[in-house]
Design a protein around this ligand. Sequence first.
Ligand code: AP5
Length: 214
Amino acid sequence: MDVVILLGAPGSGKGTVAAHLVAQRGFMLIASGDMLRDAVTRKTAAGVEAQVYMTDGELVPDALIGRMVGDVLREGPADAHYLLDGFPRTVAQLDILEATLAACGGTIAAAILLELDDDEATERIAGRRVCPACKAVYHVVAKVPQSDGVCDTCGTALIQRDDDLPETVAQRIKIYHQQTSEVIEVFAARGLLKPVVGTGGGAKVTERILKVLT
Ligand code: AP5
């Protein structure tokens, strides 16, 4: 088992390139935000606990998300290639990930850092629309669905995420800089960090990622 980690500020395009990478390279995707939103929708114990943090633009507790991601890794095939979108975001989460990988005989192959200016990330989020069913990501200008307000893939009505209000987005970006920079430094020190320019459209950014992964 090995994992490629996708790092980057809210709105930097992690979910968008993750969809491309899954389609082109067959990665098994673990997207921590999607997992949490599903848990909130289903009103599981983890979802109820997570909701208050997510609504405020804060990170959910490390143990909570660590357990959720760890369960998926432990239950998955031993020879899988995973793509982790949005996990780990703290050094404590990185410790949990490494302990899980050690128990499964897995390794971290690379950590991709999507680089994007905070203002551009904020603008992107303002125009984001998502499919609550299949999780496809759209944008009112950059990625318009064929039929207005409807998911191309599954026909579900598109929505705006609850945490995409401007003040919550500002808080999420602040938290990203405060809490995830240390994780980025750890990956850089280990030679695993692959910074990738996040501008230029999802297909272009994916091309850059595939280049640094080979
Ligand atoms: P999560 O869902 O992971 O959100 P995030 O990290 O804030 O990132 P986003 O989903 O907002 O953005 P993205 O980088 O995926 O961009 P996207 O591709 O959608 O987490 C949500 C919350 O869950 C957190 O705040 C926290 O509470 C909790 N959480 C999750 N993981 C956690 C963890 N590990 N620990 C603790 N708490 C955790 O793109 C954005 C828009 O831009 C879209 O409209 C898209 O169409 C457009 N776009 C994308 N790429 C391009 C491009 N190249 N050019 C033009 N437009 C583009």
